[in-house]
Design a binder for this molecule. Structure first.
Ligand SMILES: O=P(O)(O)OC[C@H]1O[C@H](OP(=O)(O)OP(=O)(O)O)[C@H](O)[C@@H]1O
Length: 271
């Protein structure tokens, strides 16, 4: 007879309440918000910026695993089993037989996807973990206004059947990049994913509108919602109450308050 204390482990994410729908999760985490504030601060450059991105994604990925991934019961002998038959841990663990595909949305998504891939490899059976790569850029017009997203190339290593397909991209601005990437998977990559999840550091109301409209089957996890250009009556209200009035993008489609172009700063390439 063993203890059943860890047979059904409760996990509840600390989330901000909002009206964007059940597929949107706005995480409430003071520690991570502090790190994110430093990441976004004027003057934060390499090497600090990449270190912060790594730290934030390590925590974000773990939260998503806890909230979304299947578990199974395990009975694992500890080192104490040599001295007592009770030396066996019995309880729930993340099921290592879970298929995962993480998608690198180059360029700002490259490091987040690598962090995700590495963490998945030490959590799941590595034979079931894959990383794909999509080269994407937002297209701008002569006024430097974003007018769409373009896929410049892709390396997709197979089907996505029954896989958790993860899109760890730090910024959800207009949603053009992620919506285009997810559409690519839905139309061109064989198989039916078990879940499609986006892991974002900062999202805007405009991003949430686009994603929930074009991909209502996708679940979104974000550390922060930015709606800094909304009219004053919006501030302080529960997110989504005045969704049509909420505004997080400036005229060039950059996030406000935001943190500038993460892809630019992370790569020291201002194009
Ligand atoms: O929601 P969207 O409006 O599509 O914008 C967000 C995209 O822009 C950023 O990428 P990055 O800075 O690497 O690329 P960019 O040159 O496309 O701006 C970010 O990581 C997203 O991929």
């Amino acid at each position: 007879m063993r203890d059943t204390l860890y047979a059904n482990v409760p996990f509840r994410l600390n989330e901000l309440s909002h009206r964007y729908g059940p597929q949107v999760h706005l995480i409430g985490n003071p520690f991570l918000l502090s790190q994110l504030a430093t990441l976004c601060a004027k003057g934060t450059v390499q090497p600090q910026i990449n270190r912060l991105v790594e730290l934030l994604y390590a925590d974000l990925v773990k939260m998503v695993i806890n909230a979304e991934f299947p578990r199974k019961m395990a009975a694992l002998p500890t080192r104490m089993v040599d001295s007592t038959p009770q030396g066996i841990f019995q309880g729930e663990v993340i099921d290592p037989n879970t298929r995962v595909v993480t998608v690198n949305i180059a360029r700002a998504g490259t490091l987040p996807s690598q962090v995700t891939y590495d963490l998945m490899n030490v959590t799941m059976d590595p034979a079931l973990v894959r990383q794909d790569h999509i080269i994407m850029s937002r297209m701008i017009d002569t006024e430097h206004t974003v007018v769409g997203s373009n896929i410049g190339g892709a390396k997709i290593g197979g089907d996505v059947d029954d896989a958790f397909v993860l899109f760890p991209d730090p910024m959800g601005a207009t949603g053009g990049s992620l919506s285009t990437a997810i559409s690519l998977y839905k139309t061109k990559v064989p198989g039916t994913p078990r879940r499609i999840l986006t892991l974002n550091l900062i999202v805007t109301p405009e991003y949430l509108r686009r994603m929930t409209t074009e991909h209502p089957d996708v679940t979104i996890y974000a550390l922060r919602l930015d709606r800094g250009l909304s009219p004053p009556e919006v501030f302080g209200t529960e997110p989504g109450t005045f969704w049509d009035k909420e505004r997080g993008l400036d005229d060039r489609q950059y996030i406000v308050p935001g943190g500038g172009g993460f892809g630019e700063i992370m790569n020291n390439a201002y194009v």
